[in-house]
Design a protein around this ligand. Structure first.
Ligand SMILES: Nc1nc2c(c(=O)[nH]1)N[C@H]1C(S)=C(S)[C@@H](COP(=O)(O)OP(=O)(O)OC[C@H]3O[C@@H](n4cnc5c(=O)[nH]c(N)nc54)[C@H](O)[C@@H]3O)O[C@H]1N2
Ligand SMILES: Nc1nc2c(c(=O)[nH]1)N[C@H]1C(S)=C(S)[C@@H](COP(=O)(O)OP(=O)(O)OC[C@H]3O[C@@H](n4cnc5c(=O)[nH]c(N)nc54)[C@H](O)[C@@H]3O)O[C@H]1N2
Ligand code: SF4
Ligand code: FES
Ligand SMILES: [Mo]
Length: 895
């Protein structure tokens, strides 16, 4: 970056070009009040509290760019007086509570530093407030109309829920709906709460008024969010062992001082009275509290008995993508070393296993190809089967921001999701027809010469086969299969094809299908044809991986066919490296995948199943059959925070720590390792997953090694060269480091394949997979296609988000249906309906609207009691067994 030289109060310094005088003055170590300014926002220049003199003229520092050679004065008596008067004038209009002792607001802080007496605040007040929302309260009397909240909501969050109304000193912020906050468009990202300088907008509770800029540093624990895969860096404030606030970290490498309703506010579950605090053991049909010794003895005896009766492969574990890398490393090590089986899997099976398989086949490694920072520099975004506004809100906000600043946007989603409203082209394929859609786009790229010939020639393979296949996918035919008008297809292909730096971002709408891996591969074709991967000419193909640590759980080898770092168990050289570290033989036969575990249980071949942090009875498909499998398995162990649906079916339930109570690391969706640190103590007798696994091993007479999580990551690096450069100490120093990272002295590789692809021949492989129809089709009995997915306020099984204020934001599972279908099936908005599939039934509340297309209905699966996964089928991706959650034929019955 080029710098420019300026002088602040006689001292010379260099600042980046384009910096404001405010930034320059602060860089010089001078504190200025700046009540309408926030680094995260565009400057407004309205409060006049930041006045300085630049080259002899008085200027508002926040809106004046630093020019080369400028001489800035801040400290002369007249300037100090001008600023003090401006602040005092603002404060004097507010009621006394604005400056009450101990008020943590920025305004109160500024007044203290300027020696403005709290007694100046003598405004009349009486304008009232709004406390309708569980997390965001408004005190109108404290609003100074600086507009920071409004800009935060529009510029950073992209929700545009707030506006300023009134004139002069009566100006005040209100939600744009004109009604109560709780009924507005607010998605409770907490952005307004975090920027408000006066405490007019606050979160209720003991941390009222704390913001990321003005918080007690000593009381904060820096950690990484334990909900979604974005990986927001958060500062957790705790008091008396309880979380009182979670604030977004300004220096968070992905979130840049932003967060969402889950990471920010959904921590009520931690102290829920329903938290498990003691082990439970099934006796005479019911689960009863017991001590750890008894629980561990039962578990170790049961596992031994299972191995003795059926061999090591009659035991299996489902590891948790919610848990840390170190937890996952130890769980897979336990299964391989203590039990002697590769029967370990994680919920990647249910979401992005087709990404792992597809991206590995196309490019060589299983993660996304580019860093999100790169993606953000794209000039055209192709967002496919992903709804980041709800499921990865901080990423959704950053993407929307790009689009509002001019990037082209193509959205491919059957539903009118949030980003689709801003798209240049919204492609709405029939669920399950992606492969045809992507081939249609590729056909146009080829036909119109929008490919990168040189790249194709030098760095790829498979072009002749693909060209031959694509001849069969002209836009008209693709329109017939997908329902997407041919003209839209052509327009989308041109946007992507003509962009200078296009990026592909995708989600479960690509993977959770009968042909999910083919979907990933044919989507990857587009980036390859365009030369937009591994080059400066684009930002690759990037899955928005879901769980906080689903990338990491897989990286750590909690998968049946690979060891930590993705070496294949079937490869003797890979095994021997692990054997050197672990000192025991590693089984060479790949283990069971999650659905195969259930099938083995039903057929009597699986004698023990340890389910760690996955509510399989609620979230795996065809739930009636899952329950049957657990019923048939002689020993089911469940490590949980709550008595989940799965825990209710278990023989032993072990109480464990949540992300706010443990030490370790997560890997986010763009492959960054970040630290997780305990902010509050464990409840009751709960233990971490890490300690639980070690304790079970010890009870079975084996010392697993790895005394601490830091030791586990170090050991993992010894086994998997791609992680060898990572350590807790390094992450403590550097914050976030992406993998591959073989060397402790080198930065990790954020953008992959700049030299060569990691495939055996170093080339990117085009795939010529024909379109095949989904596993389920509608018919006269089941005329509608059900798509399942996510809502912004809840998280997966809802075990954490249903226990706290989020429940007030979204109290039930809704079934969205189009008004044509509502009329056809005589369904009224708000009415309870029964949804029936060929596999089971669920009860949901109908919501009539236009978000779904006619013939399609949509619901989430956040309330296990409604039974959504009793509807979904056994159909699964032909390559990876990822369930076809996105296509189920159903009918809706009013009863
Ligand atoms: N609020 C919230 N956030 C979450 C989660 C949560 O439960 N709640 N869960 C986390 C997890 S585990 C994951 S994996 C991620 C998932 O994040 P996403 O992948 O964004 O989530 P989904 O809503 O399941 O599905 C995405 C979209 O796919 C579309 N779709 C369905 N079928 C098709 C199709 O055939 N073609 C195309 N092109 N699109 C289709 C759906 O309409 C839907 O809008 O979210 C994570 N974040
Ligand atoms: N119909 C339908 N079903 C779906 C999907 C869909 O799109 N449609 N999506 C699928 C996808 S992508 C996913 S990832 C799965 C997610 O499904 P799950 O993994 O089952 O869902 P979660 O609610 O994230 O977490 C599971 C459990 O882990 C517990 N838990 C949280 N933290 C920890 C921890 O640190 N340790 C332990 N031991 N337990 C912990 C929680 O209390 C919760 O009960 O759902 C899948 N199911
Ligand atoms: S966007 Fe994801 S990681 Fe960030 S606060 Fe929300 S749930 Fe947590
Ligand atoms: S901070 Fe500069 S005018 Fe308000
Ligand atoms: Mo997921």
């Amino acid at each position: 970056m080029t710098g420019i030289g300026i002088e602040v109060d006689g001292t010379g310094l260099e600042v980046p070009e384009g910096a404001s005088l405010l930034a320059a003055v602060r860089a010089a170590g001078v504190e200025l009040p700046a009540l309408c300014s926030d680094d995260r926002l565009s400057p407004a220049g309205s409060c006049r509290t930041c006045l300085v003199r630049a080259d002899g003229r008085i200027a508002a520092a926040c809106v004046t760019p630093a020019s080369a050679g400028a001489r800035v004065e801040t400290a002369t008596g007249d300037l100090v007086r001008l600023r003090r008067d401006a602040v005092e004038l603002i404060a004097s209009a507010l009621p006394p509570r604005a400056l009450a002792d101990g008020n943590p607001s920025e305004l109160a802080h500024v007044c203290r530093t300027l020696s403005i007496d709290g007694a100046v605040a003598q405004g009349p007040g009486g304008r009232g407030g709004d406390d309708s929302h569980p997390y965001v309260h408004l005190d109108r009397d404290l609003c100074i109309a600086c507009g920071r909240c409004v800009r935060m909501c529009s510029e950073v969050q992209g929700t545009f829920a707030l506006t300023l109304v009134g004139r002069g000193s009566d100006t005040v912020v209100v939600p744009g709906n004109g009604g109560p906050w709780a009924e507005s468009d607010c998605v409770a990202c907490g952005g307004c709460v975090d920027t408000c300088p006066t405490g007019a907008i606050t979160q209720p509770g003991p941390a009222q008024g704390l913001t990321s800029a003005f918080r007690p540093a000593a009381a904060a624990t820096r950690t990484t969010c334990g909900y979604c895969g974005v990986g927001c860096a958060l500062d957790v404030i705790a008091q008396g062992g309880e979380v009182t606030a979670v604030l977004p970290a300004r220096d968070g490498p992905v979130n840049h001082g932003h967060a969402c309703v889950k990471g920010r506010f959904a921590h009520g579950f931690v102290t829920s009275p329903e938290r498990l605090t003691q082990p439970l053991l099934r006796r005479g049909g019911s689960l009863e509290p017991v001590g750890w010794d008894e629980a561990l003895a039962h578990v170790s005896r049961g596992l031994r008995a299972a191995v003795d009766a059926g061999g090591p492969d009659s035991v299996a574990a489902i590891s948790s993508a919610r848990a840390t890398n170190e937890d996952n490393y130890l769980i897979q090590k336990f299964m391989r070393v203590v039990i002697g089986t590769n029967n370990v899997d994680n919920c990647s099976r249910l979401c992005h296993s087709p990404s792992a398989a597809g991206l590995t086949a196309s490019f060589g490694l299983s993660g996304g190809t580019d860093s999100f920072d790169d993606v953000e520099r794209a000039d055209c975004l192709l967002i496919v089967g992903a709804n980041p506004v709800e499921a990865h809100p901080v990423v959704g906000a950053r993407l929307l921001n790009r689009v509002l600043h001019g990037a082209g946007l193509v959205v491919a989603d059957p539903r009118a999701v949030g980003l689709a409203l801003h798209a240049d082209v919204h492609l709405r394929p029939r669920p399950g027809t992606n492969v045809a859609l992507f081939h249609g786009l590729a056909h146009v790229l080829l036909a119109e010469g929008l490919t990168d010939e040189e790249f194709l020639c030098e760095r790829t393979s498979g072009l002749p086969e693909l060209t031959e296949l694509l001849a069969g996918y002209p836009p008209d035919r693709v329109a017939g299969i997908t329902g997407v008008p041919a003209a839209d297809l052509v327009a989308a292909a041109r946007l992507y094809g003509r962009a200078e730096r296009p990026a592909i971002v995708y989600g479960l709408g690509v993977t959770e299908h009968l042909h999910g891996t083919d979907g990933v591969r044919s989507l990857a074709n587009l980036a390859i044809l365009r030369g937009a991967v591994g080059t400066d000419g684009g930002c690759g193909v990037n899955p928005l991986r879901g769980q906080n640590n689903v990338q990491g759980a897989s990286d750590m080898g909690a998968l049946p066919d690979v060891l930590p770092g993705y070496g294949r168990v079937a490869d003797p050289a890979v095994r021997s490296r692990a054997e050197d570290v672990w000192g025991v033989p590693v089984p060479g036969r790949p283990g069971l995948r999650i659905p195969d575990m259930f099938a083995a249980a039903r057929s009597g071949d699986l004698r023990a199943l340890w389910v760690i942090g996955e509510d399989v009875c609620a979230t795996d498909p065809d739930a009636n059959r899952v329950a049957e499998a657990l019923g048939a398995c002689p020993l089911v162990i469940c490590s949980e925070l709550f008595l989940s649906e799965t825990a209710r079916h278990a023989d032993v339930v072990l109480p464990v720590a949540s992300w706010l109570e443990k030490d370790g690391t997560f890997v986010n969706f763009d492959r960054r390792f970040q630290r997780v640190r305990p902010a509050v103590p464990l409840p009751g007798e709960a233990r971490t997953d890490f300690d639980t696994v070690r304790a079970v091993a010890t009870a079975m007479g084996v010392d697993l090694g790895c005394a601490t999580p830091a030791d586990a990551l170090a050991e993992c690096g010894g086994l998997a060269p791609v992680f060898a450069g990572l350590s807790h100490q390094r992450l403590d120093r550097e914050g976030a480091v992406p993998w591959p990272c073989p060397d402790p002295d080198e930065p990790g590789e954020a953008k992959l394949y700049t030299e060569r692809f990691a495939t055996s021949d170093g080339r990117a492989h085009l795939a010529a997979a024909p379109y095949l129809p989904p596993g389920e089709q509608p018919d006269d009995h089941y005329p509608l296609i059900l798509v399942t997915g996510r809502r912004w306020a809840h998280y997966n099984s809802g075990s954490m988000t249903r226990r706290g204020g989020n429940l007030a934001l979204d109290p039930v599972d809704f079934l969205d249906l189009h008004s044509d279908d509502a009329a056809r099936y005589a369904v009224r908005d708000g009415e309870e309906v029964t949804v029936e599939s060929r596999h089971g039934r669920a009860r949901l509340i109908a919501r009539v609207g236009e978000q779904t297309a006619p013939g399609q209905v949509f619901c989430s699966f956040h309330f296990p009691a409604s039974g959504v996964n009793r509807l979904t089928s056994h159909h699964a991706d032909a390559v990876t067994s990822c369930p076809e959650y996105k296509v189920t034929a159903v009918r809706v019955v009013v009863s």
